[in-house]
Design a protein around this ligand. Sequence first.
Ligand SMILES: Nc1ncnc2c1ncn2[C@@H]1O[C@H](COP(=O)(O)OP(=O)(O)OP(=O)(O)O)[C@@H](O)[C@H]1O
Length: 257
Amino acid sequence: MEKQKANIDRTNAVVKLRGVEKSFADYDVLRGIDLDLFQGENLVVLGRSGTGKSVLIKLISGLLSPDAGTIEVLGKEVTTISEKELEELRIRIGFSFQNSALYDSMTVRKNLEFPLVRNRKGITRAEIDKKVAEVLEAVSLSQTINQMPSELSGGQRKRIGIARTLILNPEIMMYDEPTAGLDPITCIEINELINEVQQRYNTSSIIITHDLTCAKMTGDRVAMLLDGQFQRVGTFDEVFNTTDPRVTPFYDYNFIQ
Ligand SMILES: Nc1ncnc2c1ncn2[C@@H]1O[C@H](COP(=O)(O)OP(=O)(O)OP(=O)(O)O)[C@@H](O)[C@H]1O
């Protein structure tokens, strides 16, 4: 289940955070974080509940502003660009959230068409059909095209959610707890899909998870948030090669002998 080597350009950081700080009332969540996501890389972010992983995603996508520091995404400084530029930037980022957020009243096909029709003005029927078929094939669910979300399993809904994100050809993918609530075999299939997406679409991804099998299978690097900073960053083995009592419980809980 080791991660296969990916084609990563370490000279090109598609997300670059420097000295980012964020507090809420008197709680300092992020205390000066530095982070690079390199082009083509899968970067796993780990941390206890409430350490600021969702805040990190909101900062990167411009939904929250930092109190200090810089956040560069695909060459744009998100803290200073206009709302219009921010909207254009967000279309280049794919979000895969925990609940997949499919529209229950629409078929799989309509769910997939929705972002295209909304964001690609002037797209033809033939182009839409081609794109829908392509992303369904990418997630191995071509046969579900006319089904309703309620007829799909949790794992299938997750895959369709990823397909709906892929339909706009995102350069960056953000996966928020992609394996939460799924059985172990489906988790492995989702991990494999994350890696297939990386290869096929040449995406750079941030994967937030508490599942260390997911971290090990998908992460080219792992970054662990501890006390408001990325204090351990490296390969999976590098991050867990420690007796730090803030780190070892993560490993023991997932892989206890
Ligand atoms: N808009 C907000 N206003 C006030 N406090 C907030 C806001 N957003 C987040 N917080 C606080 O910031 C901290 C970090 O929250 P965040 O949701 O990023 O944690 P997390 O690491 O994603 O946790 P989990 O693993 O449980 O999802 C929490 O204490 C939370 O209450």
